[in-house]
Write a protein that binds this ligand. Structure first.
Ligand code: FAD
Ligand code: DLZ
Length: 510
């Protein structure tokens, strides 16, 4: 045999760099469902079903194309329970020339693979992951010498690089780079949100559902009603469904929250983008074409591609620039443990209950639920970044360290001292009331900051502002909050802080 080609569970792309120049007759593709990868965090059951089923479908496609595929199915009694053990065994059996792999997406596994040439005693060729618009070094060059990084400026570079929504003269279409100010509407039920795209599980997926039920019974969430795409063709159909039914309203309701709709106008494409079933540039081109064809407005299309060539690329750049130290950052010195209701959804706070309940059912919550509800609460409550990062890594189908960590640690928790975001996304109950219909169904009263039934977000917000005065009072984007807080009568401030103290001491009761 010539080479082993290792394909990881989030590398399910036929164009992957590891395949370049490979020889179907001699090389052997290796894919393995292993305990170590399935259990390094409490992965949601639907995430496990998705990864294993998509891996099995991809291996089937490779075999059909004539590749020799060594595929290990998960079983707790397998002797090889890690990727290293699988590769070691195959190396001993076949004495390949080398192992070829595409660089993996997370530091934990990357640092293991980087040592395999010594640990296994074989040549290992790690190729760059070309499935992103920006290369790691390109991002590092752009970031060089900047004290703080701002996504907006990086995004403009990516617009120029890809030519997406650019005029032939090199100007942004519509005369503006960013239409975010048009994208903040509350959703009142009209127009109706489209039904999410569904694929009924085939026999492969059904078998994996049984496997996950049997061997991962204690993992978070449920396998019930699994309906995600598991092949590239199905993911392409999901993209078309999004363009036809949700994209036209994506921009308008991008920031909305709803008490009775889980998915709103979001694309639900992140699992496919992150595992290679869809290519980010192809997705953006299809969405931009919809604008040229008059099928979607510019604020929706620009808002959408900004998430992909802007935020997605930006957080990846930060991850690889700052790891492994980034994962340990805790600049606000938070020490509280994650309240148990993050795992059960059993809280009287309606917005939190709804976001966590959707997460448990779907392995999905949209961005504003992640940022302004569960994230905002963790920020205000001073939860230790490692606790909340581990929760986000576990509970979402699209969660991989390179994208989850900067979003949680940087964007939500401001634990990197503002390197990723210029101000914390801290908000009181008023924000949730403005953007949703949760508050009218809540046990707590959003208009109150003190008293037993006062919305916890209110006193926690002011407590956060007060206790982090040294961190934020000189930040011009926070100056108004401090002015508002400082002009409150002393007695009211004392009452709010005392309610805040009680809440912080009794998080489990909320
Ligand atoms: P849409 O709203 O339809 O957006 C389109 C696409 O843009 C997404 O599919 C995604 O690829 C990309 N995107 C949007 N926002 C971001 C962002 N902030 N960072 C990176 N890409 C973005 N996204 C993940 O893919 N994996 C994660 O583990 C993850 N963890 C997050 C944790 C927190 C605390 C927060 C606030 C955000 C996180 N995000 C993560 C970003 C974002 O919430 C999800 O990408 C989005 O909700 C996925 O749903 P969608 O495909 O319907 O997205
Ligand atoms: C997330 C995941 C899971 C649950 N299982 C596997 C697996 O069994 N085999 C595998 O190759 N990859 C798996 N993955 C993805 C990896 O854990 C890891 O997150 C990515 O490969 C990082 O790029």
């Amino acid at each position: 045999m010539a080479n082993l080609i290792l394909i990881l569970g989030d590398q399910l792309s036929h164009q992957l760099s590891a395949f370049e120049g490979a020889d179907k007759d001699n090389d052997r593709v290796v894919m393995a469902e292993v305990h170590d990868e399935a259990s390094y965090t409490n992965h949601h059951k639907k995430k496990l079903v998705y990864i294993f089923s998509a891996m099995r479908h991809f291996a089937g496609e490779l075999a059909q194309q004539g590749w020799q595929v060594h595929y290990q199915r998960y079983h707790p009694d397998n002797r090889e329970q890690s990727l290293e053990a699988v590769i070691s065994k195959l190396a001993a059996e076949h004495n390949p020339e080398k192992l070829i792999t595409t660089e993996c997406g997370e530091w934990r596994l990357h640092s293991q693979i980087s040592q395999w040439h010594e640990r296994i005693g074989m040549a290992v060729e790690i190729r760059p992951d070309t499935r992103f618009v920006s290369h790691k070094q390109e991002f590092a060059d752009w970031a060089e010498g900047r004290k703080q990084l701002r996504m907006e400026f990086f995004y403009r570079e990516m617009r120029k690089k890809t030519g997406l929504l650019m005029t032939p003269e090199g100007k942004p279409e519509g005369g503006q780079w960013n239409f975010d100010s048009d994208n903040r509407k509350k959703w009142s039920g009209k127009p109706p949100a489209p039904a999410p795209f569904r694929i009924e599980p085939d026999s492969i997926t059904r078998e994996v559902v049984q496997l996950v039920e049997k061997h991962f019974p204690d993992h978070f969430g449920t396998t019930e009603d699994f309906h995600f795409a598991v092949t590239a063709d199905q993911a392409q159909a999901a993209l078309e469904h999004f363009i036809d039914f949700a994209l036209p309203c994506f921009g308008d309701y991008q920031d909305a929250l709803s008490d009775h709709e889980d998915w709103l106008f979001h694309s639900i494409l992140s699992p496919y983008l992150n595992t290679g079933l869809l290519d980010p540039t192809d997705v953006c081109q299809a969405v931009v074409q919809a604008w040229y064809a008059g099928r979607a407005p510019l604020n929706a299309v620009e808002g959408f591609i900004r998430q992909i060539i802007g935020w997605r690329e930006f957080v990846r750049g930060i991850y690889w620039l700052l790891m492994p130290g980034y994962a340990k950052e805790n600049r606000l010195n938070n020490q509280r443990s994650l309240p148990w209701f993050y795992w059960t959804g059993e809280t009287k706070m309606r917005c939190m209950h709804k976001a966590i309940d959707a997460t448990a059912r779907n392995a999905y919550a949209h961005h504003i639920q992640r940022l302004m509800v569960t994230g905002n609460f963790a920020l205000l409550a001073g939860i230790h970044p490692e606790d909340i990062c581990d929760w986000y890594l576990a509970v979402y189908i699209d969660a991989f360290d390179w994208v989850e960590l900067p979003n949680t640690l940087g964007m939500v928790m401001h634990a990197d001292g503002g390197y990723l975001g210029s101000k914390p996304y801290a908000a009181s109950g008023k924000y949730i009331q403005r953007m949703s219909d949760h508050c009218q169904n809540c046990h707590y009263r959003v208009q109150d900051a003190t008293g037993e039934k006062a919305c916890p977000f209110n006193a926690l917000y002011w407590h956060f502002i007060d206790r982090h005065r040294d961190d934020f009072a000189n930040n011009p984007r926070m100056a108004m909050m401090y002015r508002n807080w400082d002009k409150q009568p002393d007695e009211r401030r004392r009452a709010i802080l005392s309610r805040g103290e009680w809440l912080l001491a009794n998080l489990e009761e909320l």
